[in-house]
Write a protein that binds this ligand. Sequence first.
Ligand code: ZN
Length: 314
Amino acid sequence: MKTLINGLHHVTAIAGKPQSNVDFYAGILGLRFLKKTVNFDAPDVYHLYYGDETGSPGSIMTFFPFGQIQRGRRGNGQMSYTAFSVPEGSLGFWTERLKTFNIIASKPQNRFQEEFIRFDDHDGLGIELVATGNDERPAWVSGSIPEQHAIRGFYTVALQENSSDRTIDLLAHQMQHRFVAQHGDIMRFEAGLGGAGNYVDIIGNPEEKRGLQGAGTVHHIAFGTDTDETLLATREVLLEKGFEVTPLIDRQYFHSIYYREPGGILFEVATNPPGFTADETQEALGSALKLPSWYESKREMIEQRLEPLAVRAW
Ligand code: ZN
């Protein structure tokens, strides 16, 4: 069977103040600030992208920072945690580094025979760092973070569900994921080449209340596909199973379809091309406000409504 789904592409979450979002992900976690653009459906709100040097699929974390908005509530029908991958032996470094920014991480914990720490971003979004010796992806090196401890990209994401059976069925059958292992009430799946950046964890938690969207919650999770052809083939497979899927949408840096998985989480499938150098050179990524062509005529007005952002490396 042709490969349709490669693994994770990006995760998009809702944030509060844009500057504290930049400070957390670029400044403290040391991800590359990849792209400064606007929410294509609401251009008075930024859309900020972070990731590795080029914005490789599986490394891209994006935010809609709405400013003063209410925090969401964690619960079912939402992502529970977003985990990034760091080299083995790095958790001590990160625990100390986070402490200097007044972020208190959990003690190292174990899951699937891997060590990880957990903490919240400035808006309460659950972030983990998983230490692994099996991730060959290059790191983006920033500020005072040494290369041997820097983040490599995503490790896994966790979907928290009231009842996980139909989500598992979707992942396993329409979305080409393979079962990897079970740890307590967490089932791990992987797609494509598997391993770090290609995992999805599903937590079945019927006791928990439903989550509410707001700052500090994930808006959607996107899976990567190679081309428009594989994107449309995925769409056909989903339609055949009865999912309501959008038509192909041009997101400037990728083409996308969207649908809701049975537990209520918004899923996207996004093409790997054209990528973030579609409108900026690789060296210049993130340095200028980028607008899609249909907003260029309103640039002045849009810029006036957005607060200026500083990207700081610590
Ligand atoms: Zn997206």
